[in-house]
Design a protein around this ligand. Structure first.
Ligand code: ZN
Ligand code: ZN
Length: 482
């Protein structure tokens, strides 16, 4: 806990909000807007519209709510994909209905326009998080597909229908939003020709009827990414049989699950055959149960992130013996108090993953001088590390220097974050001039061995305003950040 020197009379600087960048409308844009005002004219002009203008015209019609134009554009869409980014304005039930109406026309047509290449509509999908309208699919799938060929699915999707609509489904407070509800029902009624592909499923709060409805329509094999948020024990028990169907799940996120689970309840959690990453934030049952929880791993894990949980000594002791974790590329332990634990098991663990680890974050773990000393030999052997963060731990200047002597050996490092040494704080106040004095010498330790790219030293956050200071390699001075 510390307070920054400028906190008492911190001025609210909201000037930036009032600054706006104005760009003049191009003539082409004006022409498009004018055309769209005359919807009938716009629709009849589609046949002469060059392919390259389809995405901009679609975006214009979308953001301005010209739904009739949207509907008319679908049956002549000249690309295999139509991606509607999450951030686009007017992403609502009306625009969704207009797009699906266009797809209905396409499904019903006996003879299709030779121009139409549309195979897949990607609606608000995390796996393709573009800003506007895009004509490519994520992951470099083939751009050209001939008509009447079933959609080429990415591995594991396995469903071949004439058209595919890809989306993510989010159950918030137990409910789907009105667009998702509509899409689900629409796809259910057109099962023969539409594959509704859901890559990401997020469940926050539970309504049993909605879960049943979702799993009636979606193909469980398509789901790659599952996030379970704020669920109770009984919710998990209800979900288990459904989650067991998610055979191709790659990423599991558990967030704010604060009920404690009994041993048998934990062992009833589903196992996922091909899980690649686990992220756990504020989950109570992890404490003392890491071993039981990791039983779900069947293939080597790429990424493990544990944030804001309590870990017991037995959890740490288990880590180096956990199977299927030795090809880990990313390890994050953050907001976990490690200061009262023996860190030797963590050192053995780092020894074992040293050949594969590319990202290591030990942030806000309260790690002390003597503890980092234990980890140093292992850290200096992680030769593939590209990014490290040790910020917000309690290192004195002496041990911070030791750490830097070890990370200086790691030639692949591109980004490094270190805590400001304890000497930068006195009576709970951050002394930035001290940080400014220490940092050149600290950077020299790295420079003696290699050319560092991005290095920052960060102070702890101010307990009043949550601001903090960083000193970085580029500016070579202390900057206040919020
Ligand atoms: Zn402050
Ligand atoms: Zn699918």
């Amino acid at each position: 806990m510390a307070i920054c020197p400028q906190c008492p009379d911190q001025v609210d600087s909201s000037e930036e909000d009032t600054m706006k960048v104005y760009s003049p409308l191009t003539l082409e844009k004006l022409a498009r807007q004018r055309l769209l005002r005359e919807e009938a004219l716009a629709i009849s002009a589609l046949k002469d519209l060059p392919n390259i203008l389809f995405p901009v015209m679609f975006e214009e019609a979308f953001t301005n709510g010209h739904t009739k134009v949207l509907t008319a554009m679908i049956p002549v869409w000249p690309y295999p994909y139509l991606s509607v980014g999450r951030m686009i304005k007017n992403l609502n039930l009306e625009t969704l209905k207009a797009v699906l109406e266009g797809l209905d026309i396409l499904i019903a047509q006996k003879v299709r326009s030779s121009r139409c290449k549309l195979r897949e509509i990607i609606w608000r999908n995390r796996y393709h998080d573009v800003f506007g309208i895009c004509t490519r699919s994520y992951g470099g799938l083939p751009r050209f597909m001939t008509q009447k060929q079933p959609v080429q699915n990415s591995p594991g999707c396995g469903v071949k229908k004439e058209f595919k609509v890809t989306t993510q489904l989010e159950l918030m407070m137990g409910r789907l939003d009105e667009s998702a509800t509509y899409l689900l029902q629409w796809a259910q009624q057109r099962k023969d020709s539409i594959h509704l592909c859901c890559r990401k499923l997020k469940i926050q709060g539970l309504a049993k009827a909605t879960v049943i409805e979702i799993f009636n329509v979606l193909h469980a094999d398509c789901v790659r990414d599952l996030e379970l948020l704020r669920l109770r024990i009984e919710d998990l028990a209800f979900l288990n049989p459904y989650l067991r169907q998610l055979n191709n799940l790659l990423h599991l996120t558990l967030n704010h699950i604060t009920d404690t689970l009994s041993d048998s309840e934990i062992s009833q959690l589903p196992t996922f055959q091909c899980l690649k990453s686990i992220s756990v934030t504020t989950v109570s049952f992890i404490c003392g149960n890491l071993k039981r929880f990791f039983r779900c791993l069947k293939k080597p894990l790429d990424s493990l992130s544990i944030t804001d949980c309590v870990l017991s000594q037995s959890d740490l002791d288990f880590l180096p013996y956990c199977l299927n974790i030795f090809e880990l590329k990313s390890l994050k332990l953050a907001y976990i108090s490690l200061c009262y634990l023996h860190l030797e098991p963590l050192r053995f663990f780092l020894d074992r993953v040293g050949h594969s680890l590319e990202y290591l974050e030990l942030k806000t773990c309260g790690i002390q001088d003597s503890q980092i000393n234990i980890l140093l030999p292992a850290i200096s052997q992680c030769f593939h590390l590209r990014a490290v963060s040790f910020c917000d731990n309690d290192f004195s200047l002496l041990f911070l220097k030791e750490l830097l002597h070890h990370t200086a050996q790691l030639s692949q490092l591109e980004r490094e974050i270190y805590p400001a040494p304890l000497e930068c704080y006195e009576r709970g106040v951050i002394h930035t001039h001290r940080l400014e004095n220490f940092c050149p010498e600290l950077l020299d330790i790295l420079r003696a061995k290699r050319k560092p790219k991005e290095v920052t030293f960060e102070t702890t956050r101010c307990s009043k305003c949550t601001g903090y200071y960083i000193y970085d390699l580029e500016t070579q001075s202390c900057i206040f950040e919020i």
